[in-house]
Design a protein around this ligand. Structure first.
Ligand code: GLN
Ligand code: ZN
Length: 763
């Protein structure tokens, strides 16, 4: 009998207890010899394969596991080591691999950026002076490992050439085709060797197909995949897409590959519609991603079964593979170890391991008929029903507030020009005011106290006193440095989203719900499961205390609604925009209370606004419109003299210039020190008339800048911006820096501002 297969696209690397992170960090710290390190890592890797096998997955991915990042792995396969690192060909040594990712004293790390619309960061490959060569057939290595050590017939996973080159930098756009051309022989070699080894299936990821592509780019796919097919005609390639529907369906299904992987979760129904309209070729398999690989909710197996049935009416059973919508890299490992969750909520969650079970159940259902999985279907539906019935999902006062807000005009009371005059009088700031982005160094002592408080080893009161001392210390430091606008330092916050998640209703923190963010760094996104509502002031105590210690204005510091939304796992029973607006209303309340208590500068950070941009350009307008609405809902009701600040940590915002203008914040601070040239261009081509602080030094490195460097940065900004609108600040928060380097750098920044101010007055 023909059999439906189950498959996985990628498994979380970090392990149930983040053991992966610990081993890697011990190795970095020199506490583990390379041999021991590699042995422990192998243990973790093999364990993950075993777990997937136990879950009944037929096509288990190999080669998706990484010591840092899979894009970096791909670059290393081809020996793409940037020139500033020592490298003399051959397999890239482990030390070089980590040096590229993390930088050394002599050589800066490669740039890191967000992987499509996720919060995962990849290392951007640098192709400038590289001559790519196949120096390590990674997928072959991991295929052999799985086979020899576990008797698992793995499915090697590699990042496809078109996406790889598209995500790389160091070549001109018009060279795109030529660069791809240089990679075809190398990919061909990889495939040929895999074919020789007897590999049956290989997954080639081309998520770029889920973005908006030009006709030429789509045509390039034909050229590339025809060549790869010719090189290894016997190997069965699944061309994998994810995170969106594909626009060029007809072209994609006619590519010379043996399988197409489609995301049926994040596509708004586009992929299914395409199948219904154009059918699916008889000679290919369809890898149907039906279980959400990016969220943490249990699937309604009845709905998923129906979806698969519909898909199955266009393909035969042996053509069908059932799988998650994307790699499970973006979900935590298992719900099993969660403690302290409300039973109803816990029952409604599904992390990576549980998702694989869901895939397996659906496979059985399609194979043996719906009756065979009726019990599992009912149990999933029951869990979802109970979750949806929770009273916290339907709070009357939240509904009322939402309805009320819809009747209001959400605009500042006066135009920016009018506010500017009022605020100038109100604050009496010097030209080029200096400030910071919010956080000051979170020392070991800060972390230790927080942990002790959580464990009950010290009382809340003791913890609060400690935080107060830190605030006091840093107000004095800011006073000495001579900054113009102060912050309290955010010592009470672990993370800018988690902190608010813990203080608002409708959120739940998990104990081990970690996901990889970059390298060994993991984040634990809060779960938004209910209506979001306000409990009590969240930032008032610390802000007022800080303000009581100084005559300088202290900025109130909040995380914006879009960032809280984008960095959480969000409920799916109501639209995302609605959740954002619920969050915005709670922030509105906080803003109001801060204002009423005498805080007249309030910063609402939106560092995640841009990364949430949909992959398809046609969806940008709606997203940006909703983002602006939520931001203004939180901030627009303040008095004219109250100055609203915002902060974003990226500089290439050409795409969202209109949005930034529309936020109508009085002051925005952005990261720029690493790409000044590009940014200046944006302001040459666009007008921006509100307050703006272009980050004058990079906070990602411990290096203390020279006065002249900062002055250069400021002068460059002054070429395109009016001195009256410019603020002077670092690129981002200083949380990860050491104390002495922070103080040094800020002193230099203040001095540079002073010198520039004087030179302007002379003119
Ligand atoms: N206010 C935050 C801080 O300084 C902003 C962090 C961020 O932009 N990611 O830490
Ligand atoms: Zn930032």
């Amino acid at each position: 009998m023909s059999k439906v297969k189950s498959s996985n696209l990628g498994y979380p690397r970090i392990g149930e207890n983040r053991e992966w992170k610990r081993v890697i960090e011990r190795f970095w710290a020199g506490k583990l010899e390379q041999e021991d390190f590699l042995a422990q890592i192998e243990g973790i890797r093999l364990n993950h394969l075993c777990k997937q096998k136990e879950k009944g997955i037929d096509l288990i991915p190999v080669g998706d596991f990484s010591l840092y990042d899979h894009v970096l792995d791909t670059a290393m396969m081809f020996g793409l080591v940037p020139k500033r690192f020592e490298y003399s060909g051959g397999k890239v040594p482990l030390k070089t691999y980590f040096d590229i990712a993390r930088g050394t004293k002599e050589a800066v790390a490669s740039e890191m950026t967000k992987w499509f619309n996720t919060n995962y960061h990849y290392i951007v490959p640098e192709l400038e002076d590289a001559v790519p060569a196949l120096v390590d057939n990674r997928p072959l290595h991991f295929y052999r490992e799985a086979k020899q050590k576990l008797d698992i017939e793995g499915k090697p996973v590699i990042l496809g050439p078109v996406t790889f080159v598209k995500l790389s930098k160091g070549y001109n756009k018009d060279e795109f085709k030529t660069v791809i051309e240089s990679f075809i022989p190398l990919y061909s070699e990889v495939l040929r060797e895999l074919q020789e080894e007897g590999v049956q299936w290989i997954q080639i990821d081309e998520p770029i197909l889920s973005t908006t592509l030009s006709k030429e780019e789509v045509a390039l796919f034909h050229h590339v995949y025809a060549r790869l097919h010719k090189a290894a005609p016997d190997i069965r390639v699944i061309l994998q897409t994810y995170f969106e529907g594909i626009d060029h369906y007809e072209e994609v299904i006619s590519l010379p590959v043996q399988g197409i992987g489609l995301d049926f979760v994040h596509d708004n129904g586009q992929n299914l519609t395409s199948i219904q309209m154009y059918g699916f070729p008889k000679d290919k398999v369809l890898a149907a991603g039906v279980i959400n690989g990016r969220n943490i909710w249990r699937a309604d197996l009845d709905k998923k079964f129906s979806l698969l049935k519909e898909i199955e009416s266009y393909v035969s059973k042996e053509q069908l593979i059932i799988q998650p919508s994307s790699s499970l890299l973006h979900t935590p490992v298992t719900v099993k170890n969660e403690v302290g969750l409300e039973v109803i909520l816990k029952e409604a969650l599904s992390f990576a391991d549980e998702k694989l079970s869901e895939v397996n159940i659906l496979m059985k259902g399609i194979q043996n008929g719906k009756d065979s999985i009726q019990e599992e279907i009912s149990s999933s539906q029951n869990a979802i029903l109970l979750l949806n019935e929770l009273s916290s999902k339907n709070r009357l006062e939240v509904n009322e507030n939402m309805a009320k807000s819809q009747t209001l005009k959400i605009e500042r009371k006066a135009s920016f020009q009018e506010r500017q005059i009022i605020q100038e009088k109100f604050f009496q700031l010097p030209l080029l005011p200096t400030t910071t982005i919010g956080s000051f160094p979170q020392t070991q002592a800060v972390k230790k106290h927080r942990l002790q408080c959580r464990k009950g080893e010290i009382s809340n009161h003791q913890y609060d006193s400690f935080i107060k001392e830190e605030i006091h210390r840093w107000i004095n430091i800011q006073e000495k440095i001579g900054l113009d606008v102060f912050v309290h330092g955010e010592f009470e916050r672990t993370d800018m989203v988690e902190y608010f998640g813990e203080k608002l209703d409708g959120f739940q923190m998990t104990t081990l719900g970690w996901v990889q963010s970059y390298g060994s760094r993991c984040v634990k996104p809060p779960v938004i499961y209910g209506d979001v509502s306000y409990r009590e002031p969240m930032t008032l105590k610390e802000t007022l205390y800080a303000q009581s210690l100084t005559d300088k204005p202290v900025k109130g510091m909040l995380t914006g609604p879009v960032t809280i939304l984008n960095w959480s796992f969000v409920r799916e029973d109501i639209p995302r925009d609605e959740v954002a607006n619920q969050i915005a209303l709670t922030l509105q309340k906080e803003v109001e209370i801060l204002e009423r208590s005498g805080i007249h500068m309030i910063q609402v950070d939106e560092p995640a606004l841009r990364e949430g941009l949909p992959l398809k350009q046609v969806k940008w307008d709606d997203y940006l419109h909703a983002a602006v609405y939520a931001f203004k809902l939180a901030t627009a009701f303040v008095k004219n003299e109250t100055q609203i600040h915002t902060h974003m940590c990226y500089s290439n915002f050409e795409d969202i210039m209109d949005t930034i203008r529309a936020l109508d914040a009085d002051v925005i601070s952005i990261e720029t020190s690493r790409s000044h040239g590009e940014l200046i261009q944006v302001f040459e081509e666009n007008t921006y008339d509100k307050g703006i602080g272009l980050g004058v030094y990079d906070i990602h490195s411990p290096r203390v800048p020279e006065i002249s460097e900062i002055r250069n940065h400021i002068n460059r900004a002054l070429k395109v911006l009016d001195s009256k609108q410019c603020w002077i600040n670092p690129d981002c928060g200083l949380k990860t820096r050491g104390i002495s380097e922070t103080v040094e750098a800020l002193k230099i920044m203040v001095e540079a501002a002073k010198q520039t101010r004087e030179s302007l007055l002379v003119k």
